[in-house]
Write a protein that binds this ligand. Structure first.
Ligand SMILES: [Ca+2]
Ligand SMILES: [Ca+2]
Length: 182
């Protein structure tokens, strides 16, 4: 008799537990995202006819980086290239961390104008409007931080992630260099 009561009790506990789990699965509250932000290529313009110009007034190609992490990141010492097979990617100089540091949640523009004499954020590479890649490589020269390969581009229409740092790439007829893509 005692054993039967014990068994019934255990079954009740198991059944309650089961019902509890079932209710839990139906809970409409979604788990908040836990994935930490990362440093990404967030937007780029490979055909700049009359969009945003650089300090010298040049309508040059540009790449926007976005720091989705909670810490400032200095990209000095990292590399950028338009070719994933490039054995000599462009070194981003380490000579002025004020210019190369991206605040947490901040943006930075690299000008792809083949005019490195215009400053350390001017890469010795232009982007092909016919399509190629944008590749950001870590300071070890090997680890690809982010890369994206694109097809032929329309003039003054940028391609970027939505939301900032997100998985989806969208064409923007109103580019937002240095600001949120939203
Ligand atoms: Ca320029
Ligand atoms: Ca933007």
């Amino acid at each position: 008799m005692k054993l039967t009561n014990l068994t019934t009790g255990l079954l009740s506990i198991l059944l309650l537990g089961f019902i509890g789990c079932d209710l839990g699965e139906d809970d409409p509250i979604e788990t908040p995202p836990t994935e930490e932000g990362v440093l990404v290529i967030n937007e780029f313009l490979a055909s700049n006819d009359a969009g945003h110009s650089d300090e010298e007034g040049g309508f040059d190609d540009w790449v926007e980086l976005y720091n989705g992490t909670s810490e400032a990141i200095d990209i000095g010492g990292m590399y950028f290239t338009d070719d994933p097979e490039d054995t000599e990617p462009n070194l981003i100089p380490m000579t002025n961390s004020d210019l190369t540091t991206i605040a947490a949640g901040g943006y930075l523009i690299l000008w792809c104008d083949k005019e490195p004499e215009q400053g350390i954020l001017h890469i010795n590479t232009k982007l092909s409007s016919g399509g190629e890649s944008v590749v950001l490589i870590d300071s070890d020269g090997l680890t690809v931080i982010d890369t994206y390969t694109f097809d032929a581009q329309e003039a003054d229409v940028s391609i970027g992630r939505t939301p900032d740092g997100g998985e989806t790439w969208t064409a923007f007829s109103t580019p937002t260099p240095g600001a949120s893509n939203n």
